[in-house]
Design a protein around this ligand. Sequence first.
Ligand SMILES: Nc1ncnc2c1ncn2[C@@H]1O[C@H](COP(=O)(O)OP(=O)(O)OP(=O)(O)O)[C@@H](O)[C@H]1O
Ligand SMILES: [Mg+2]
Length: 435
Amino acid sequence: MGNCMDKAVPVDHNTSYQSKLGSKSISSSNPSTVKSGSTRSTWTVASYKDSREHPTPRTEGEILSSPNLKAFSLGDLKSASKNFRSDSRIGEGGFGYVFKGWIDEQTLAPSKPGSGMVVAIKKLKPEGFQGHKEWLTEVDYLGQLHHQNLVKLIGYCSDGDNRLLVYEYMPKGSLENHLFRRGADPLPWGIRLKVAIGAARGLSFLHDAENQVIYRDFKASNILLDMEFNAKLSDFGLAKAGPTGDRTHVSTQVMGTRGYAAPEYVATGRLSVKADVYSFGVVLLELLTGRRALDKSKPVSEQNLVDWARPYLGDKCRLYRIMDSKLGGQYPKKGAHAVAGIALQCIRNEGKMRPAMSEVVEKLEQLQDPKYNIVAPQVNTWQTSSSSSGSVPRSPMKAQPSPRRLSGSASPLPAAAAAAAGFPLPGSCRTEQVH
Ligand SMILES: Nc1ncnc2c1ncn2[C@@H]1O[C@H](COP(=O)(O)OP(=O)(O)OP(=O)(O)O)[C@@H](O)[C@H]1O
Ligand SMILES: [Mg+2]
């Protein structure tokens, strides 16, 4: 097959970690420790499948021989992606580019571009130890875990210094692109709720697995969407086996993405599933507000979404002020308030006060009930629960001012939009003034 598993990337186990915290693609703080010798990597990662008490680490060879995965050669993937041509490129992350490719559905051999099954091929930049470690962790977890809300890994390639991953293609791309990319069609409320439920189910599955998995990198760019906006989690490079026995956390190096990482984990390195719950709360805030978890382009007091949004979340009279202006006021007051309440629980500072993901799933599912989806009839010109359309028909009314423009004394949403969203008009609230 031409896959060079025995030519694993040479690593130095003392290599400093590359941290995603801060920004994408920060180089290792000490790149010179990444050797390019000929020693085969022998480090191992814990397998979730093994005994509950003592997950047994699996060797790299064991991980790569998963019967669920195809080992591709670099040549296969070059042919499948038009030689990684720039017009096949569909995304870029901290660890490299993602390309569109085509393979035969039966044999998984590369097929003529445009025919057969579409796949997404992630080609890692040669990063040394950390890149290889995350690649192998991803192969390990996704080679074993299967669920409708986890992206399917079809195979991998390890050829010389090249590390690639081949996934099912997710035609609607990432949630991040839908929420934040300039020119993207706004996501209607019903789709936002659907995405939140799908992603919550994915996390809940990991947390409730026989051998618990902590995902550790929950964020909008790692939530991928299929044609019907079903959400699937991707990127398991930072996933970690949960604590065993009576322990509540595992102690580990702080990794993740700033703005999404739970405060206690960042402060202490103590990692539990409740860190994922926090990150989930942050994504709920992104869905509600259309703002990024961390946005350096905003005034300092507004850069951190959690800090900025928290005071508005529990108050019906104020929530409408931070709702995504791209919704054009077209969301149900009851549903939005309930989602804000769930987000508020998820972002609690104390991990143990946050709900379990199974509870979150249950609460979000209840919000699909029509009683939570009543939008004021005078502006309800489209279906909030539509699952097949990614665009919001133009609202007849003016969108609310972007929260981006809210200053320390932001003006409230225009009265018509507030009423349309089912919120009490500002006059009926005592606490409507933003301070
Ligand atoms: N299976 C897939 N199907 C379709 N598009 C994909 C797929 N996987 C990734 N992409 C696209 O490629 C982009 C880059 O993904 P990648 O996971 O490399 O980086 P990221 O998640 O944006 O950032 P980070 O490196 O911080 O995790 C995604 O945002 C998405 O648009
Ligand atoms: Mg990603």
